[in-house]
Write a protein that binds this ligand. Structure first.
Ligand SMILES: Cc1ncc(COP(=O)(O)O)c(C=O)c1O
Length: 405
């Protein structure tokens, strides 16, 4: 009953595709949005659209208040010590690039960064770009079951290691990495730790103090918020090691023709007019997630993942990637069916109203480790049901018939 009520909050789920109920199984790419969030965007533009931190008139004050309130909500949501630790960015990609330019720019040629082979491109490419400065990059490999080879962290880490950048949950394998353990290892060796939490913050309770991370990146659009807004969490003490990312309005205290001084963080890292309605809407998305409860989100997705792993594993010809056990993974399942190309599979499923993702999911190095160029991927959120999984399995069985598998 409650699930029905939740589904009703997401207007798009009423859509029909080819005359069939749309089964949306691509929340890892972007989540759908509840009407409570959509309404707040409309409310902003209809009632108090104005720039923040500038005007002193009524609606400008309202916009500033709502924008800063959203920052407070997000800080509380991830248990940051203070809202000063929350920088608004466009998404996880920009958050990681902010760390690359504002923190890692000062690294020296002999320094090293450790990441893993399971990362999204947004947690590989910014570090690859540092190679031209002579920074050495090392990647931890994975076991056959899609878990990280933890012993490799210990082997690879040296006094030259300045940063470990690792995903909290893999967007392909679904693996939940032992990030607390990795953070401890980083700190014991004098390195900073960055978590790409694009696939964890929307789906499970995340506590930055408990995990003891220095940087955490995530995207609003994967957690019921709009596109174009995301967050970089920075542990307050780490701000001392950072320089501004972009220069311009909003981030300055004073400007002279010879020099300029900066505002205190987080504003120092938010140059120009921000995505005001996006940040405010993200604050309301956080309210929505908290109303459901992150433990409940996690449990629901785990139940669905367990059910899906069981049902999918019975489909003849299927190969599922990542941990076999639902306990060790988030609600993301990548697979291949026989030798059908993932794009062909996704096209056939689409004809039946089932929306899944296909391709390399921005993880080309991981796919080459898996020995394939593409996979199909189903991913879940709170609004998905066991019937959705059944529809997926039915659609896959139809695809088998089409391709004679
Ligand atoms: C693990 C992970 N990291 C980073 C990103 C990049 O997020 P965005 O495109 O919102 O910046 C994604 C998006 O799919 C992701 O799954």
């Amino acid at each position: 009953m409650e699930l029905k009520k939740i589904r009703n909050d997401f207007p798009i789920l009423k859509r029909k595709i080819n005359g069939k109920r749309m089964v949306y199984l691509d929340s890892a790419a972007t989540s759908q949005k509840p009407k409570q969030v959509i309404k707040e965007i409309e409310k902003y533009y209809e009632n108090y659209n104005s720039n923040v931190h500038r005007g002193i008139y009524k609606i400008a004050a309202e916009a500033t208040e709502e924008y800063e309130e959203a920052r407070k909500k997000i800080a509380k949501f991830i248990n940051a010590k203070s809202e000063k630790e929350i920088i608004f960015v466009r998404g996880a990609t920009e958050a990681i690039n902010l760390v690359r330019f504002a923190w890692a720019e000062k690294l020296r040629p002999e320094d090293e960064i450790i990441s893993t082979v399971m990362e999204h491109h947004s947690n590989i490419v910014p570090w690859l770009m540092l190679k031209k400065k002579g920074i050495d990059l090392k990647f931890v490999e994975i076991n056959d079951d899609g878990t990280l080879r933890m012993e490799e962290f210990k082997k690879l880490i040296t006094p030259k290691t300045k940063l470990i950048a690792v995903s909290h949950v893999s967007n392909v394998l679904g693996t939940i990495n032992p990030v607390k353990q990795i953070a401890k290892l980083a700190h014991e060796n004098g390195a900073r730790i960055l978590f790409d939490s694009a696939q964890s913050v929307p789906h499970m309770p995340v506590d930055v103090q408990e995990l003891d991370c220095d940087f955490m990146a995530f995207s609003g659009h994967k957690m019921f918020g709009p596109t174009g807004i995301g967050v970089l969490y920075v542990k307050e003490e780490v701000y001392r090691e950072m320089e501004p990312f972009m220069g311009g309005g909003e981030m300055i205290k004073e400007v002279f023709l010879t020099n300029a001084t900066w505002k205190d963080p987080p504003h120092k890292y938010e140059a120009g007019t921000p995505d005001i309605s996006g940040a405010i809407a993200l604050g309301y998305a956080v309210d929505y997630l908290e109303k459901i409860g992150m433990k409940k989100m996690k449990e629901h997705e785990k139940t669905l993942t367990r059910y899906a792993l069981e049902k999918l594993s019975k489909v003849p010809g299927i190969k599922i990637y990542g941990p076999k056990n639902a306990e060790n993974r988030g609600g993301v399942i990548a697979f291949n069916l026989g030798d059908i190309h993932a794009h062909d599979l996704a096209t056939i499923l689409d004809e039946q109203g089932v929306a899944i993702r296909s391709g390399h999911h921005c993880t080309m190095p991981l796919h080459s480790k898996l020995g394939v160029s593409a996979t199909a991927r189903a991913s879940f959120s709170i609004y998905n049901t066991k019937e959705d999984v059944d529809e997926l399995v039915n659609a896959l069985n139809k695809a088998r018939k089409v391709f004679g598998i």
